[in-house]
Design a protein around this ligand. Structure first.
Ligand SMILES: Nc1ncnc2c1ncn2[C@@H]1O[C@H](COP(=O)(O)OP(=O)(O)OP(=O)(O)O)[C@@H](O)[C@H]1O
Ligand SMILES: [Mg+2]
Length: 313
């Protein structure tokens, strides 16, 4: 169980050596039903290796991995999963409907179910209207969308997505994000490898960061990111004197906005500073239009880890 929910992915002390390369050096993690789990890490950190072991495509050198209590690689475990590989290749002579028909057949879906699912998925993924086009004529983002349709076709309970929005435009990314959130709300467990930190931050319930085959950090996004002792402030009309009314306001990166920071103030209690600031700006007749506690970003944490020495593989 993870936080009272059924454990779907359970990995314990997983190791994988490729000759002298230790791709995984003792990784443990668990993912609960209905969770979107994001796995981050630099090129070569071991993310794809971990997913391939969970899919039974690569044998571990040590440790254990289970999907819904079944050893990975077993037929029962494989039936449960949908997979979007990184750099996937779809047979070019197919159209989307003919490809999904073949894959659906292999997965045991009835003909009417195949047809219905294909219609649904092509519409949701923004591929409707291109049913007669062969995959050879697809753009990169279209291939990616169809790869996702293929992964979702048989309504798997667990989805493994390696760089799901690679090459997809912003509209498509949003469609994919909404689709994945809807799947999650139906109880599907989703495991994502990605380099798009903003996207991971928006989408994932929990995140783990790998480095050189080891897990270095895991938690919910708010746990990892946390609040900072500063606020982003916007006024109806900016104050003429930025020291006014006795607080330091620095211009923020966002044009027209200021940063109120508790960091360099004596006493330093951020909440108290904010109360004083609100009272003072009201007394000075400054109309606030925006006030937001600043948060760290996943990118900041990620870069800190990437630049630290961390565990050596
Ligand atoms: N089949 C293989 N044979 C030899 N070495 C491999 C093999 N697959 C992976 N490796 C090595 O294992 C390590 C982890 O690779 P992996 O593909 O898991 O990284 P990754 O985190 O997915 O990286 P990326 O972000 O670039 O996709 C790398 O050093 C890689 O060279
Ligand atoms: Mg990879």
């Amino acid at each position: 169980m993870v936080n009272g929910h059924e454990t779907v992915v359970a990995v314990d002390g997983l190791e994988k050596d490729y000759g002298s390369v230790k791709a995984l050096g003792g990784v443990s993690l668990s993912v609960a039903r209905g969770e979107i789990f994001g796995l981050l890490g630099q090129n070569g950190a071991g993310k794809t290796t971990l997913v391939k072991i969970l899919l039974g495509m690569v044998l571990p050198t040590g440790g254990s991995a289970h999907l819904l209590g079944r050893p990975v690689g077993s037929v029962a475990a494989r039936r449960l999963v949908g997979y979007l590989p990184e750099d996937h290749r779809l047979p070019e002579y197919h159209t989307a409907p003919s490809l999904l028909d073949v894959y659906g057949g292999l997965q045991g879906l009835s003909r009417s179910d195949r047809r219905q699912r294909t219609g649904e998925l092509l519409a949701t993924l923004g591929l409707a209207g291109r049913e007669r086009l062969r995959i050879r004529g697809y753009s990169k983002g279209m291939k990616q969308r169809l790869g996702l349709a293929q992964a979702l076709l048989h309504r798997p309970g667990v989805l493994f997505l390696d760089e799901p929005t690679d090459g997809v435009d912003p509209v498509g990314r949003r469609q994919i994000r909404e689709l994945l959130l809807a799947e999650r709300d139906r109880g599907v467990t989703i495991f994502i490898n990605s380099h798009l930190l903003g996207e991971v931050e928006q989408l994932c319930d929990r995140v783990a960061i790998m480095r050189k085959g080891k897990m270095v950090l895991a938690g919910t996004v708010p746990e990892l990111v946390g609040s900072k002792p500063s606020w982003l402030v916007g006024f109806a009309r900016p104050p003429a004197d930025r020291r006014f009314p006795g607080f330091r306001l620095d211009p923020a990166e966002r044009p027209g906005f200021f940063r109120l920071s508790a960091g360099d103030l004596p006493g330093g209690d951020p909440e108290e500073l904010l109360d004083r600031f609100l009272a003072a700006s009201a007394a000075a007749g400054l109309a606030l239009r925006h006030l937001e506690r600043e948060r760290g970003s996943l990118e900041e944490i990620y870069l800190e880890i990437a630049h630290s020495r961390g565990p050596t593989a």
